[in-house]
Design a protein around this ligand. Sequence first.
Ligand SMILES: Nc1ncnc2c1ncn2[C@@H]1O[C@H](COP(=O)(O)OP(=O)(O)O)[C@@H](O)[C@H]1O
Ligand SMILES: [Mg+2]
Length: 226
Amino acid sequence: MSDGEIRCEGLVKVYNQGQVNEFTALKGLDFTISEGDFMGIMGPSGSGKSTLLNLISCLDTPTKGEVYIEGTAISTLNGSERAKLRREKLGFVFQQFNLIRTMTSFENIELPMRFKGTPAGERRRRIEELLSIVGLEGKGGNKPTELSGGEQQRVAIARALANNPKIIMADEPTGNLDTKTGTRIIDLLVRLNKEENKTLVMVTHDPGIAKTTHRVIRIQDGKILP
Ligand SMILES: Nc1ncnc2c1ncn2[C@@H]1O[C@H](COP(=O)(O)OP(=O)(O)O)[C@@H](O)[C@H]1O
Ligand SMILES: [Mg+2]
């Protein structure tokens, strides 16, 4: 059973291939993240962490190699199949929250369900449930500017969970938060991993946070350190 599994084979990413500023950001990465795993990705700035996360998120395509999500080779999917996979299998949490500023918490969380075509009544029920999971009951009507950083990140987590994906990817999710708020966000992600068996992939700089993961991949100069 490959539910919630991510496998990477020989991943290479070359930016600006064939040009004078060609740069090889990933130099052949192989690893598997199993269902329910909590994997940390660590490494210095510029080592290729976000590049790797973008590849396993199907946001970008590798120059060589393959990413398998639940056994499906991403390169075999067309654009709409890839969009569907992203929408239904993967949830994303970013350092900058990436909420839509003109929309309320409710509307931000609703967006992935609109794209999926979930009926309005069901969307409403799910949003209330999600607001409660992330501890933001009563904040559904607030826009991002009317929320603290930690609250915005919790809206982003609720949005990531909207379509109940098996896999959650987080790129330095506490990078813009103070330590105490960051700890609450990590606790929330850990709880989702433990209680709902979500596969969790998290890029972090913070060795303290990395300790909460099950295992860590260390990247340096586009390679995994042994
Ligand atoms: N779109 C791009 N075009 C060219 N080079 C890029 C691009 N994105 C990232 N890079 C380069 O690839 C390397 C790895 O970047 P990144 O994956 O963002 O590192 P990290 O997230 O570990 O800080 C860096 O040297 C960066 O400058
Ligand atoms: Mg990065």
